[in-house]
Design a protein around this ligand. Structure first.
Ligand SMILES: Cc1cc2nc3c(=O)[nH]c(=O)nc-3n(C[C@H](O)[C@H](O)[C@H](O)COP(=O)(O)O)c2cc1C
Length: 280
């Protein structure tokens, strides 16, 4: 890597990607790098520092990734050879992100130094949670993250060639109709008014500002199904009607809310959440 400073931008829905990012950051630091972690949903891509190495991490969604992640990548500043790497986490397979993202970044003038896709537990309405299996999967995923970070440090990582079909595949899965269908999910989100503690965490977690706070939450039509509001509602008051699933989360909500290096101290919703917890 040409720079000693890595700005690692990430989005995580239920925490898998955050675990991978933290593992990689640990290895980078051991390798003598300075690592800054930035939440994609809280960052202005135009302010990205192209004198640093840029890392981009996100979950796979619909064979690609969320539209707001793509918006972020597309809005990064033009570069003159700055190095960039990506890592995604997924349940099984993605056909429409590695190649297309390399194309976008190269067109902006970046040197694409590595891409890796790491299997982690499924976050998308898992029908049942097999905790032992998930633990196993996550620990293998983190080993892979470690190897990938070492490869990046050693200059051995690769961003594999654009597979012939991935551009066409990307075109298919990024159709507005698919994403407006995804947004429809929120029409079936229900809040149990008895259980809701009106802490506002769901609104703070939503990366696309689709949830109103200040009372019982209501949902707009911009949902991209990142799963955060369902997974991290403290009293689990938000459910999706008509769907049989178990809730998956890989980390605690405070970790997701506090992990932004641009945010000092606790976020207001995290503090509100703590205040609402019963005292031992
Ligand atoms: C809306 C949505 C769509 C998904 N689509 C895919 C997919 O196409 N392929 C796949 O392998 N995993 C898919 N997944 C699973 C996630 O990519 C995977 O569980 C990921 O590790 C979640 O990361 P996170 O915990 O950081 O959000 C999807 C998850 C969500 C929420």
């Amino acid at each position: 890597m040409k720079s000693d400073c890595i700005d690692f931008y990430y989005f995580t829905g239920t925490g898998n990607t955050l675990l991978v990012v933290e593992k990689m950051a640990e290895i980078f630091k051991e390798g003598g790098k300075t690592v800054n972690l930035f939440r994609i949903e809280k960052s202005d891509p135009c302010e990205a520092d192209t004198s640093h190495v840029i890392g981009i991490a996100f979950p796979v969604a619909v064979q690609s990734t969320f539209r707001f992640v793509w918006d972020f990548v597309r809005s990064l500043p033009d570069a003159k050879g700055s190095e960039v790497f990506m890592v995604d986490t997924m349940m099984m397979f993605s056909g429409a992100v590695v190649g297309p993202m390399r194309k976008v970044l190269r067109a902006k003038g970046y040197t694409t130094i590595g891409a890796r896709e790491i299997k982690m537990p499924n976050s998308w309405y898992p029908s049942c949670l097999d905790e032992a299996k998930n633990r196993n999967r996550a620990s293998r995923g983190l080993e892979e993250a470690e190897d990938y970070a070492v490869d990046l440090l050693d200059g051995k990582a690769r961003w594999r060639r654009v597979p012939a079909l991935s551009g066409a595949f990307y075109w298919m899965v990024s159709r507005p109709r698919i994403w407006s269908g995804m947004a429809g999910a929120a029409r079936n989100y229900r809040v149990d008014p008895e259980a809701c503690i009106q802490c506002g965490i769901c609104a703070e977690l939503c990366p696309v500002g689709n949830i109103t706070s200040g009372g019982i939450p209501t949902f707009g039509d911009k949902c991209q199904q990142c799963m955060r509001c369902l997974a991290f509602c403290p009293p689990e008051a938000i459910t999706r009607e008509g769907k049989d699933y178990e809730l998956y989360r890989a980390v605690k909500v405070q970790k997701i809310l506090r992990r932004d290096v641009r945010t000092s101290g606790k976020t207001s919703a995290a503090s509100a959440y703590e205040k609402k917890q019963p005292r031992p």
